[in-house]
Design a binder for this molecule. Sequence first.
Ligand code: AMP
Length: 417
Amino acid sequence: MKYKAPRGTRDILPADSWKWEYVEEVFRETAERFGYKEIRFPVFEETELFARGIGDATDIVRKEMYTFSDRKGRSLTLRPEGTASVVRSFVEHNMGRSARVTKLRYFCPMFRYERPQAGRYRQFWQWGMEAIGSLSPAIDAEIILFSVRFFEGLGLKGTEARINSAGCPSCTPAYNDLLRKELEPKLERFCDDCRERYARNPRRMFDCKNDNCQTLLSDAPSILDALCDDCRDHLAKVEAHLAAISVPYVIDSGLARGLDYYTKTIFEIHYTKLGAQSALCGGGRYDELIKELGGNSTPACGVSAGVERLISALEEEGAFRDTAPGPDIYLVAGSDEAAESNVTLAARLREKFSVEMDYQGRSFNKQVQEAGRVNARFVIVNKGEGEPLKLREISTGWEASPGEGKLEDVIRDRMKG
Ligand code: AMP
């Protein structure tokens, strides 16, 4: 019997995992600069949380959840996204009792039962952040700027924010009515999914991937003409902030998001060089969700995105270095005695540096080759028999024999210089 990773899942092996570590590190550093602290929430939650928090009408809840009963018959679901869990935690721990804005981030796997295809998995990763407790358009602009800076930090320069408003409960009912009225005459020409969306939430028809549906929607009334004064004013202030911090953006009245809970600002950040699939992240405001999930009415705004998509964009753009980073030092032994003493030398050097060595009794030449293959910066040649250690920087051929007592200092100076 040979086991395989379950369909739609995969291993991220060391040849690639360094890219994931790098992306997560840039995410962490950037988020810290913007004041977003990490939250780690459970891998599964009560099914009801996602049904309410994501919306019964969404594809996620209707078709894609990994739902199971535990031994006591409770219905549990592997998390398909992060916002519902963050809000559940916010309410459960009464984080709203402080007058502050709660700013949280996450970077973790999500689970959706989808047909596996290029870039789509059943276990995939998302990064995301949520700012809970402020109505200020400054928060919306901050989250958009964070996303832009995060992508820039990874080497993707030239992103564009696309922004729309999802309205609020005081302006969307009238807009939904108007939209239904205008679309009704051509309803039978839309796809099956859109006809269902028409009944449940006609604004989600804008999110359809079908070109024919998009053409049919091209002269549909714009939500921007239907916004109440409050939503209109909010959007204008977000725009003013973005202009003031020089974030390139366009208003896109056809932008819709796949989840039901958005109000006011919705946005996506696009990296236009990627062509049709250029969205790197999306998010927006969800001022009604916390009340919907049993908390006090609290405004909030967030963003999330897939990490697989981001990593393949970075690969396409040549944003990663060519090879996995290697150890600082590879120890080469020229005799059995040297191989023995390298055990002690490695232990000592590993207090300060990353060190690799041979464990298989390979020949001297094979060890030197291996040092190059693993991309070590320095080799230390230990011939044994009282010969001084020789330090060599592989890329430049620079050499030194500093004497054992000075070894660390000389390596450190060379690494700094
Ligand atoms: P959503 O939460 O549906 O808005 O998805 C946000 C992002 O998560 C998408 O744009 C994808 O990059 C990523 N994503 C969603 N589902 C999958 C999946 N099954 N496999 C890989 N990435 C996914």
